[in-house]
Design a protein around this ligand. Structure first.
Ligand code: SAM
Length: 439
C-alpha cells in the first residue's frame, strides 16, 4: 500500500548515509564538486555539509515539486517561479481554495492533502485526510517550520528542477566531480507518490519516469563512463557482474541487502581505507531463552511476560518464523515469554493516531510485526499481542490485550483459570507484565 500521508519516501538509509559521510569527508579535498541528481529530501547533501563540504560546491536536482520547494528555498530562488496552481476536487474545495500558495508550508500542505486524497482508499488513509483537513493551519505551520529549518541547513547549495539524465549528461566529463545517484526503487513510485489526480499543476520539468526494472543496468553502464567518481545506490540486490563494484553493503533482512557501487572502486579503496569493502551486518542473533516447544503446555497458572530486546534479536525470530518478508523497522522490539520460554516476538512503532476524536492526533503504539513459534496446539495471531497505549506519552499504558487459542484457525479458545474462554483479557486479571514501553 502506498504510505498515506507520506510526502516523501526513499531517502538513502542510515548505514549507507554513515558510510557516505566518511567517504565524502575523506574525498573533500580531492574533488571539487558533489553532484546529486534525484536528490529527494536532500539527505546526502545534508551528510556532505555535515562533514565539511561547502554548500556552493554541491549541485542537486530532482523532478518533484516536493524537492523543488525545498531546493528553491535553499538556493534563494522565488517560489513563484514554480508556478503552482490548484483546481481542487469538490471535497477539498473549502480547505484549499482560501490558500494563496505563496509559502512553502501552503504548497507542501496542498501537495500532501491532494496526494492523500488520491490514496484515501483505506480507513487509515481516510483518518489521515480527516486530520489534515480538521487541523489545516497547524499542519501548514508545521510543514513551513520543517521546510525552513531544512532550507536553512542547506542554504547556499545549487538546485535545479531537471531530469536525472540531463544532469548526468552535464557532469559525465568532469573529472573533478563526485556524482551520487540513488534512483527510484519502485516501479512507478514517483507517479504513485505524487499523484494529485490532475488537481495540481506547476512548472514541472519534462522527464521520463525512471524504471528500476528496465533502466538499472543502463544507469550503471552510464556511470561507468564517468570521468570523475560515480557512486550508485542499489537496493535489494545486485547481479554477479556488479560485485567487483561494491564499496559498501548493508544487510536489512535475510532477503534484502542494499549496496553502494562505484565506477572506480580502486580509487575509493586507495583514498578511504575503511571503505575498501565496507559491510554493515545487521548482526541478527538468538536470545538465551529457550523456545516454547511442542511438548510445553499452557496452564491456568501460565505467566506471560514482555521483554524488550534489541532489533537484531526480534528480527532473528521474525525471519526464523516467517520467510521472505520485506525488511521491517520498529521503534521497540519485544520477546513474549510464556513461562520463561520464547513464544512470540513483536515490534512496536510509536506514531500518531488520527482517529481518536475531533482533537489533534495523539501518540499511539502500533504493531509493526508479530510472529509466534509454530506449534501444533497453541497459536497466537500477530494482532493478539497488540498493546494499545492511550494518552500522550508512551508510558501511559492503560490496557493490554491478549488472546490465546488452541488451534491454528483460532476457533476454539484455551481456557486459563479465571479468564473468559475467549476474548480480550484485561491485564489486571492475568499475571501479565509489560516492561519497557515507556522508552
Ligand atoms: C529514491 S529517491 C532518492 C533520494 C535521495 N537521492 C537520497 O538518496 O536520499 C529518488 C528521487 O528521484 C527523483 N527523480 C529524478 N529524476 C527522476 C526520473 N527521471 N524519474 C523518476 N524519479 C526521478 C524522484 O523525484 C525522487 O525524489
Amino acid at each position: 500500500m502506498q504510505n498515506a500521508g507520506a510526502i516523501f519516501l526513499g531517502s538513502t538509509p542510515g548505514p549507507a548515509r554513515a558510510y557516505l559521510g566518511g567517504l565524502l569527508a575523506a574525498l573533500r579535498r580531492r574533488y571539487r564538486r558533489l553532484v546529486i541528481p534525484c536528490c529527494g529530501k536532500f539527505a546526502i547533501a545534508e551528510v556532505a555539509l555535515n562533514v565539511g563540504w561547502s554548500p556552493e560546491r554541491i549541485d542537486c536536482s530532482d523532478v518533484s515539486l516536493f524537492s523543488s520547494v525545498l531546493g528553491y528555498l535553499a538556493c534563494g530562488k522565488p517560489l513563484s517561479a514554480l508556478q503552482v496552481s490548484v483546481t481542487p476536487p469538490e471535497q477539498l474545495e473549502a480547505t484549499l481554495s482560501p490558500l494563496s500558495l505563496d509559502t512553502p508550508g501552503q504548497i507542501l500542505y496542498t501537495l500532501k492533502l491532494l496526494t492523500a486524497h488520491q490514496h484515501a482508499k483505506t480507513y487509515w488513509a481516510e483518518l489521515i485526510m480527516r486530520e489534515l483537513q480538521r487541523h489545516r493551519d497547524k499542519h501548514i505551520e508545521e510543514l513551513q517550520t520543517q521546510a525552513q529549518a531544512l532550507a536553512g541547513k542547506l542554504s547556499g547549495l545549487n538546485y535545479r528542477a531537471i531530469d536525472m539524465w540531463e544532469h548526468l549528461e552535464e557532469v559525465q566529463a568532469d573529472a573533478s566531480a563526485i556524482t551520487y545517484v540513488n534512483p527510484p526503487v519502485y516501479e512507478r513510485g514517483y507517479t504513485r507518490l505524487y499523484d494529485t489526480g490532475g488537481a495540481l499543476s506547476w512548472a514541472e520539468p519534462s522527464f521520463q519516469e525512471f524504471s528500476p526494472k528496465t533502466q538499472n543496468m543502463g544507469l550503471r553502464e552510464r556511470l561507468m563512463q564517468f570521468a570523475g567518481l560515480a557512486i550508485l545506490g542499489r537496493q535489494h540486490c545486485i547481479d554477479e557482474a556488479e560485485s567487483p563494484l561494491v564499496i559498501f553493503a548493508s544487510e536489512y533482512s535475510l532477503e534484502r541487502t542494499d549496496y553502494l557501487l562505484a565506477n572506480k572502486p580502486q580509487v575509493v579503496a586507495d583514498l578511504f581505507s575503511p571503505g575498501a569493502k565496507g559491510f554493515a551486518r545487521m548482526g541478527v542473533r538468538p536470545s538465551s531463552y529457550p523456545i516454547f516447544a511442542e511438548e510445553d503446555e499452557v496452564t491456568a497458572d501460565s505467566e506471560i511476560r514482555f521483554i524488550p530486546c534489541p532489533s537484531q534479536v526480534g528480527l532473528y525470530y521474525r525471519d526464523l518464523w516467517a520467510h521472505r518478508l520485506a525488511a521491517t523497522n520498529a521503534d521497540a522490539h519485544y520477546m513474549v515469554l510464556l513461562d520463561g520460554k520464547l513464544f512470540s516476538v513483536l515490534g512496536m512503532q510509536f506514531r500518531k493516531f488520527f482517529g481518536a476524536d475531533a482533537g489533534p492526533a495523539v501518540d499511539y503504539v502500533f504493531e509493526q510485526y508479530g510472529f509466534s513459534v509454530p506449534h501444533a496446539r497453541y497459536h497466537c495471531t500477530p494482532t493478539d499481542w497488540t498493546c494499545r497505549c492511550a494518552g500522550r506519552s508512551h508510558g501511559g499504558c492503560s490496557c493490554a490485550a491478549l488472546r490465546i487459542c488452541s488451534t491454528r484457525t483460532c476457533r476454539s479458545p484455551l481456557s486459563i483459570r479465571s479468564l473468559p474462554a475467549w476474548g480480550w483479557l484485561s491485564a489486571t486479571r492475568f499475571r501479565f507484565s509489560l516492561s519497557g514501553l515507556s522508552g
